[in-house]
Design a protein around this ligand. Structure first.
Ligand SMILES: NC(=O)c1ccc[n+]([C@@H]2O[C@H](COP(=O)([O-])OP(=O)(O)OC[C@H]3O[C@@H](n4cnc5c(N)ncnc54)[C@H](OP(=O)(O)O)[C@@H]3O)[C@@H](O)[C@H]2O)c1
Length: 240
């Protein structure tokens, strides 16, 4: 996928990784970048070249309206996401919380893919970039509902790649561990810079890749999947 001259739509582009991806797309010569945001009126200082479009990925009508409004898109970035922390898998709020997260992180990707894939195809093909996570491949109990949403989104990503490749649409999965964004504010751990992650993701997109693993920790989790020491088998519960 060539970014120079592309027209991109990035969900959740008002902050965090979405904003970093939008800025990096513009820096690489994207002709236009639509910023899919819940509140265009409170999206902060306008970024030159970014075109705010109202979007709530949990609302089918909103996603369909955005796709109808942005008929020149040839790159969709499914970035919008939420995370919630629970007490663990026995938390009585688990199912309610998982439903809330899945609406955004899973069904949101499905809705946007179904709405935008015909647009991308009609514009001669292009790409869809789905933002996943290292927790696609293991599930710390406090974030197990979030992890389930990313595993589900990975599954859909893989199926849509098979469906969309013959339509000239490259489907790229981005797997990444902790990044320094609002989502991890208040948690002390090693975090990567969303700007560097955005650059790695777009390098992979331009090289025609179908998967990009943006940091060393996520690379080692993926590499160990077939071993007895796989993270999902070896993880210890946090001590109270
Ligand atoms: N931060 C990490 O450590 C990390 C690690 C791995 C993967 N990720 C993934 O990276 C992506 C971006 O996360 P981030 O770290 O940049 O988080 P963030 O700073 O919290 O930003 C999340 C973005 O998603 C938007 N969003 C949430 N629900 C939405 C909805 N229903 N419709 C439209 N937009 C919605 C938010 O919009 P509002 O401003 O309106 O809330 C915001 O722009 C997510 O998919 C996340 O799961 C993050």
């Amino acid at each position: 996928m060539r970014i120079d001259g592309a027209v991109a739509f990035v969900s959740g582009a008002n902050r965090g990784l979405g904003l970093a991806l939008a800025r990096e797309l513009l820096a690489r010569g994207a002709r236009k970048v639509y910023a899919g945001v819940r509140s265009p009126e409170s999206a902060g200082d306008p970024v030159p070249g970014l075109v705010p479009v109202r979007l709530d990925v949990t609302d089918p009508a909103s996603v369909a309206a955005a796709a109808a409004q942005c008929g020149d898109v040839n790159l969709l970035v499914n970035n919008a996401g939420i995370a919630r922390v629970l007490e663990g898998t026995l938390d009585p709020a688990w199912i309610r919380t998982a439903r809330e997260i899945l609406e955004t992180n899973f069904y949101g990707i499905v809705l946007a893919t179904q709405a935008f894939a015909p647009v991308v195809e009609a514009n001669g093909g292009g790409a869809i970039l789905n933002v996943l996570s290292e927790v696609t491949w293991h599930s710390p109990p406090p974030v197990s509902a979030y992890a389930a949403s990313k595993s589900a989104a990975w599954s859909f990503t893989n199926a849509s790649r098979t469906d969309l490749r013959p339509r000239g649409i490259q489907v790229l999965a981005l797997h990444v561990g902790f990044m320094d964004t609002d989502m991890t504010r208040g948690y002390e751990m090693k975090k990567s810079s969303p700007r560097e992650v955005a650059a790695r993701a777009l390098d992979a997109l331009e090289r025609g890749k179908e998967e990009v693993i943006a940091d060393e920790q996520t690379q080692s989790i993926k590499a160990a999947l077939g071993s007895e020491g796989a993270q999902y088998l070896a993880a210890q519960a946090a001590q109270p």
